[in-house]
Design a protein around this ligand. Structure first.
Ligand code: HSE
Length: 438
């Protein structure tokens, strides 16, 4: 075999970017990989779109198909890149490709978050590689960093801004003072948000990604159904302003932490100190902070989406396959960083058992006794207040903002439900988790 033969499923923004970068940087890539890597087949439902993009040379050398099965059944193909998206058709195609002995490269986080365990165990039996650098934080080589670069460490926690759409929206809300709906419309106009932005704004995309990072950080099976998810669609400008006044930024943070009793995996709006590096990741950029025992904190920053950045990650995986496809599978980097027979059954903690600190905004009538009644409830639930500010909007109604020390989530929820029924409390309490990230 004098070149590595690749079949590409899906020729959208990322697929065409992969084809283009492979072509532009072919010589460098071949020098690194040890042999040429060439796309020999592309399957897409819009064959004309693909053909109109390819040069005459490509059209002579690449088969353009509208049937994905012809591609994955082609014995000439060594690696299948899956860039179709979604989680039903790609699952079938990937399992069949594995059965056919192909190595797999995919950017499909939704698929891996739901079906990764099955895909990896099937691939393990067959002795093929499944690589997914592009599935988390686009062009940032975070999977490689955790699986290989940090392999000496016990990882303590990971916190990331791993959804560019929501980071763009929150940055714009802070910088312009506009509300969520207006900024979301702008994000759609600029092409940051999908027409149906649910996966992004409700935190699901970030949850897929942090679920995968948690597995490779702690050596646990992928457990997306136990990941806690809360999006940004209910956030209001008022809390962004108060957060700023208190020295915090409001971000959608994806976190996974190892604790004595188990592992936390959660995605939610979070206040983080304004002087920490993550707080200054603006616009659609992504960043991941990893706290490990030997090296301490390391941080990775870059573009989490887009044609060439994502292609960069996909091609890195193609090079990895090319360098090691002949290696005995036992000596390859394991799918989830830990050897398949050494995965752990650490419990995933329920959100009620999470320990962190909290921002509580309580809108009340401004009269004597209010603070003492609220404080008593907080004390009853063992919640210690770190700081408190009162912001009056008019003579009778005021916002009281509490920042707590670390508390158990279920205590906070119980305290909130007791405070909300006090006669002088006017609205539902806004509760936002606060992370120190140190
Ligand atoms: N929709 C994602 C984001 C990019 O906004 O970051 C692909 O995962």
């Amino acid at each position: 075999m004098n070149s590595m033969k690749v079949g590409l499923l899906g020729f959208g923004v990322v697929g065409s970017g992969t084809w283009e970068v492979l072509k532009n940087n072919a010589e460098e890539i071949a020098r690194r990989a040890g042999k040429k890597i060439e796309i020999v087949s592309i399957a897409d439902k819009d064959v004309n779109k693909v053909k109109s993009r390819l040069s005459a040379y490509d059209l002579n050398n690449i088969s353009v198909l509208n049937d994905a099965y012809s591609l994955i059944n082609d014995p000439n193909i060594d690696i299948v890149i899956e860039l179709i998206g979604g989680d039903t058709v790609p699952l079938e195609l990937i399992l069949k490709s594995i059965e056919n002995g192909k190595h797999i490269v995919t950017a499909n986080k939704a698929l891996l978050a739901k079906h990764g365990n099955k895909i990896f165990s099937t691939a393990h039996k067959k002795g093929v590689m499944v690589l997914f650098e592009a599935a988390v934080a686009g062009g940032i080589p975070i999977i490689k960093a955790i699986r290989e670069g940090l392999t000496a460490n016990k990882i303590e926690w990971i916190a990331g801004i791993i959804n560019g759409t929501t980071n763009f929206i929150l940055s714009e809300m802070k910088n312009t003072g506009m509300n969520f709906e207006i900024v979301l419309a702008k994000a759609k106009e600029l092409g940051y948000a999908e027409l149906d932005p649910t996966f992004d704004i409700e935190g699901i995309d970030a949850a897929h990604k942090i679920t995968l990072l948690s597995s490779i950080a702690f050596g646990i099976p992928i457990q997306f159904d136990k990941t806690y998810i809360e999006g940004i669609s209910k956030l209001s400008q008022i809390d962004i302003n108060y957060a700023e006044q208190l020295g915090y930024r409001l971000k959608l943070i994806a976190i996974t932490k190892k604790r004595d009793k188990g592992i936390e995996i959660r995605v939610h709006p979070t206040l983080i100190p304004e002087n920490c590096l993550l707080a200054n990741v603006e616009g659609a950029m992504n960043a991941v902070l990893v706290q490990s025992d030997a090296v301490g904190p390391t941080m990775y920053y870059g573009q989490g989406a887009g044609s060439f950045p994502t292609a960069s990650a996909i091609i890195a995986d193609l090079v990895d396959v090319t360098r090691s496809y002949k290696v005995d599978p036992h000596y390859r980097v394991p799918y989830l960083a830990f050897q398949p027979n050494s995965l752990s059954d650490y419990r995933i903690l329920h959100i009620d058992d999470v320990i962190t600190s909290y921002y509580l905004r309580i809108t009340t009538i401004d009269k004597p006794g209010v603070l003492s009644d609220i404080s008593k409830i907080l004390t009853d639930f063992n919640i210690s207040v770190k700081s408190m500010v009162q912001k009056s909007s008019n003579k009778e109604i005021t916002d009281i903002v509490f920042l707590t020390h670390d508390a158990i989530e279920k205590d906070i929820k119980n305290a909130i439900s007791k405070i909300e029924i006090l006669s002088f409390v006017k609205n539902k309490i806004t509760c936002i988790r606060v992370e120190k990230l140190v």
